[in-house]
Design a protein around this ligand. Sequence first.
Ligand code: AMP
Length: 216
Amino acid sequence: MANIILLGPPGAGKGTQAKRLEETRGMVQLSTGDMLREARTSGTEMGRKVAEVMDRGQLVTDEIVIGLIEEKLTRGAAGGFIFDGFPRTLPQADALQSLLARMGQGLDAVIEMRVDDAALVARITGRFTCGACGAVYHDATKPTAVEGTCDACGSHDLRRRADDTEDALKTRLMEYYKKTSPLIGYYWAKGKLVSVDGLAEMDHVSEAIAKILDKA
Ligand code: AMP
C-alpha cells in the first residue's frame, strides 16, 4: 500500500496516470478538481461560487478543498491514495500531513510530472473527456474512432471543460507557478520528491511511476 501525490501543472497528465494506477494497483484517486466539478452541479450558493472561481482558472479556498479531502480520506483505501491536483498550496500540504498522521499514515512519494508550457497549451486546448466513463481524448493526438462516440463505453456524452480555454489556462498556469510550485522544494526537503518526464510517451510515464511505487 502506498499514498502518493501526483504534482504538476494542468495538462501534465496527472489524471490519466491516476486512472491507470486505479486499474493496475487498486489505488484510489482523490482528485479535488473532480470533486469540485461535482460540487458545482449541486445548485447551492457554494456550488455557484466555486464554478465562477474555477472557470476563471483561479484556486478555490483551502478550507473548501481540505474539507472535501478530509471527507474522502475517512473512507480509507486498501491500495492507498493517489492525490491528484491536491495539495496545491503550502497550507493544503500541511493539512494533508496532519490528516494522514491522524490516520497513522504518511506519504510514500511525491511524483513531480515535468512538462513545458508550450506542450501544455497544445494538450489542454484540444482536450475532451467522456462524461459517462471518464476516458480522456484529444482532437489532434487521440481523437475518438467515431466522431461524437466514446471508444471505451459508446456514450455520446463527450465534454470539454469550461476552463480548458487559452485564457483560463494562462491564469491556471500563473496560479501553479505562484502557489503550487513551492511544493516542489517543500517535498524535496522532506526527501519525498521524485521527478518523471511528463512529456514522454504515456506508457513510459506509467512505467517510470510503477518503478517508483515498487521502491516505495
Ligand atoms: P483540476 O481538475 O485539478 O485541473 O482542477 C480544476 C480547478 O479546480 C482548478 O483550476 C481550481 O479552480 C480548482 N481546484 C482543484 N483542486 C484544487 C485545490 N487543491 N486547491 C484549490 N483549487 C483547486
